[in-house]
Design a protein around this ligand. Structure first.
Ligand code: PLP
Length: 404
């Protein structure tokens, strides 16, 4: 993804042509970026020989899941829908873990039938439910138990999951009790200790703290876990000045802290695999004068990309065609939806924009389309995957008639 003669390209395709052909807004993915991210992840964690399970909630496009499967990754799913989708994408059950605080009997039953690698449980009640289903089906089910390590991930509070007040996992004390209980179960085999402390983690420190807790808890259980599932959460730079998480350092700390337990490491990365692979191409509908700023009203809205409205985070916005004619005006990029949070970015330094210009919202591959909705009866955008000079429509734009 780069400018060639002032026009923005994804691989060999001029974004302007995509917008002309498929209209806006459109999500456009780069296959090359996806491949680079996966290879980079594999390379940096090579010394751990981990099982890498893509967190499907970051992006559930079937074609993307098929590509991810081709790279040999497994999947981390959090609902029956996601589980059915990854199976359809061809991901082998033996590479699938099922996470989440509230799996229903129906979901558990299906997962048990499919013989997936692990069901990562989060409460005694869930374990008892699995036991009932397993007994009925005369099966032995492999599970993990998710520990809440009470570690502050130092990320935005809405996506922090590992502090004691968070709903996820079980406390250390409760974990030890559950291990004791499951050890004697006829129908459940405890295979894994799992943690996931949050998302968009850029700092090494929270991971270090988490690993120390995992190490201590394993020692206390005196139990031989076959797997240690460290979850995902690796952050990516959403702006130029931000540094991404140092994988190498994380990897060597894992080795140092957990090697003695001789367990297989599982990762569940979502954002770090898919986040920077996509852009959202939008068109300026109107430009309106405000007090001390101009509102740039674009044809994408919070229903297409919810992260700014949901978490108050920023995605960089860049022009599709550069004109190097900077305005002194502050631009507020906003969507057409009737909510004040339907605002993308305030930019103090942007080139002069005109109505009908195209703009590009960056790094929308993760939690972009997967969080989109039909709010305001707006159809969901199309998704396009670019491979070199090849354009693949991987999801058609929703038709209004399907919503009415
Ligand atoms: C959301 C989630 C992930 C993925 O998080 P990323 O920040 O996208 O890497 C992994 N595991 C669990 C249990 C999750 O809930």
């Amino acid at each position: 993804m780069k400018y060639i003669k002032k026009k923005f390209f994804i691989e060999g395709i001029k974004v302007r042509n995509l917008a002309k052909k498929f209209r806006t807004p459109i999500y456009c993915y780069s296959y090359k970026r996806l491949k680079e991210n996966i290879n980079n992840f594999k390379k940096n964690f090579k010394n751990l020989k981990p099982i890498i399970c893509f967190a499907v909630k970051a992006n559930a496009n079937l074609k993307i899941l098929k590509e991810i499967n081709k790279f040999g990754l497994g999947a981390d799913v959090v609902s029956l829908g996601e589980l059915e989708k990854v199976l359809k994408a061809g991901i082998q059950p033996k590479k699938i873990v099922f996470s989440g605080v509230g799996k229903t009997s129906e979901e558990l039953s299906f997962a048990i039938d499919k013989k997936i690698l692990l069901i990562n449980t989060e409460s005694r009640s869930e374990i008892l439910e699995i036991e009932r289903i397993a007994k009925r089906k005369k099966r032995i089910v492999n599970i993990g138990i998710r520990l809440n390590p009470n570690t502050d991930a130092k990320t935005i509070s809405q996506i922090s999951t590992g502090k004691k007040q968070d709903k996820f996992g079980v406390t250390e004390k409760y974990f030890l009790e559950l291990v004791k209980y499951v050890k004697n179960s006829q129908y459940i085999k405890l295979k894994c200790i799992s943690v996931h402390i949050g998302s968009q983690i850029l700092n090494h420190q929270p991971y270090l703290k988490m690993l120390k807790v995992v190490d201590r808890v394993i020692k206390k259980t005196n139990y031989k876990f076959e797997f240690i599932d460290l979850g995902g959460g690796m952050g990516i730079p959403y702006g130029k000045k931000i540094k991404s998480l140092n994988y190498k350092r994380y990897s060597s700390t894992i080795k140092k802290t957990l090697k003695k337990h001789k367990a297989k490491i599982i990762f569940e990365p979502g954002r770090s695999i898919i986040g920077n692979t996509a852009i959202l191409v939008s068109k300026v509908i109107y430009i309106k004068k405000g007090i001390n700023k101009n509102f740039v009203i674009i044809d994408s809205a919070m229903n297409d990309l919810m992260r700014p409205a949901l978490y108050g985070v920023e995605h960089q916005i860049i022009p599709e065609s550069k004109n190097n004619n900077f305005t002194k005006k502050t631009y507020d990029f906003v969507g057409p939806i009737c909510e004040s949070t339907d605002t993308f970015l305030t930019s103090k330094k942007f080139q002069k924009l005109y109505e009908k210009d195209l703009i590009i919202i960056s790094d929308v591959g993760a939690y972009g389309m997967s969080l989109s909705s039909n709010y305001n009866v707006r159809p969901k955008p199309a998704e396009i995957l670019i491979k070199g000079r090849k354009i693949n429509i991987i999801k058609k734009r929703q038709k209004l008639k399907d919503l009415i």
